[in-house]
Design a protein around this ligand. Structure first.
Ligand SMILES: Nc1ncnc2c1ncn2[C@@H]1O[C@H](COP(=O)(O)OP(=O)(O)OP(=O)(O)O)[C@@H](O)[C@H]1O
Ligand SMILES: [Mg+2]
Length: 280
């Protein structure tokens, strides 16, 4: 199976991108024994320093793509970093503050776009603006389009976020995770220890719940991709005998759409608190 590519991003600073990137990388690498590469696009290299200083087994690629004056070079560097990381990893996690030097097409290189946000007005407004500007990507019917995961972050409790988000009118399809709780201990141990083994049990448990939800989404995606490959393989052999006409391709797209519906149904039945608002 090819690697799962997760971009942790937002256009707003300080929402927790590096914290989430470092901790997700450590979770998959050190708790789940997966081959992980963190691509650190942050010139401060926060997430990669965290992994290094805590001795994580995740590989690190520091990519200063945003330092390039030419937008074209930035994109090429970012794509090359992802290609190299994918070749040797089960999971690739990229930490990137989104700036408009990147074209929206870059999102299509990733399976998931994770956007951490607190419930503060300014962070939500920023997330909403981000969604609106890239709604054509996130609502795209293209099977390669990334799935958006909104991750409530630094919340004081686990109780009210569902209702809160239910009352927001987001312009794109996305999935909502359980919240990662605010923790003073997390602030104090920034860069020093990982959430999955933190002594603050509330923080640790909230983070593990979110990781489980993301793993479930990954499993649905992988199952979907495998089904699609089987379907396409089946159609390829028919296509050979039938000259690969329009009808064959129509059948293939019908199958792909059906697979997707089934995956959506199984995601909705998922155990735990995982749920999806609008599914493509
Ligand atoms: N669960 C949490 N509880 C309390 N504080 C947190 C939590 N997660 C992150 N923080 C704090 O939020 C601050 C910003 O986190 P972080 O550096 O990860 O954000 P960022 O989006 O990467 O910022 P930047 O845009 O500067 O790269 C840090 O001080 C961090 O300790
Ligand atoms: Mg950061």
């Amino acid at each position: 199976m090819s690697s799962v590519k997760i971009l942790v991003t937002s256009q707003k600073g300080g929402v927790g991108k590096s914290t989430v990137s470092a901790n997700l990388s450590a979770y998959f690498a050190d708790f789940k024994s997966r081959r992980v590469t963190l691509i650190d696009f942050d010139h401060q290299a926060t997430a990669s320093s965290w992994l290094r200083s805590c001795g994580s087994s995740a590989s690190i690629a520091v990519c200063d793509a945003l330092g390039y004056k030419s937008a074209g070079m930035s994109v090429l560097k970012a794509k090359e970093a992802l290609r190299l990381a994918s070749a040797s990893s089960d999971v690739v996690i990229a930490d990137l503050t989104w700036v408009d030097v990147f074209p929206a097409s870059l999102f299509f290189d990733y399976d998931f776009i994770v956007i951490p946000t607190s419930l503060s007005g300014i962070e939500l407004a920023s997330a909403m603006d981000f969604f609106t500007r890239f709604s054509s990507v996130f609502n795209s019917k293209n099977l390669q389009a990334p799935r958006v995961i909104l991750m409530p972050n630094r919340l004081l409790d686990t109780n009210n976020h569902r209702e809160f988000f239910n009352n927001c009118h987001f312009p794109v399809a996305f999935s909502l995770t359980s919240p990662v709780l605010f923790s003073k201990a997390a602030q104090e141990s920034f860069g020093k220890t990982f959430f999955f083994k933190h002594t603050d049990r509330m923080l640790k448990n909230s983070f593990l719940t979110v990781c489980g939800e993301i793993e479930h989404l990954i499993a649905v995606l992988v199952a979907n991709k495998e089904k699609r490959t089987q379907t396409l393989n089946g159609v390829t052999s028919i296509a050979r005998s039938n000259n690969g006409g329009l009808l064959d391709r129509f059948v293939a797209s019908r199958h792909a759409a059906k697979d997707k519906q089934e995956a959506v149904k199984s995601a909705a039945k998922a155990p735990g608190k995982w749920y999806a608002f609008l599914q493509r």
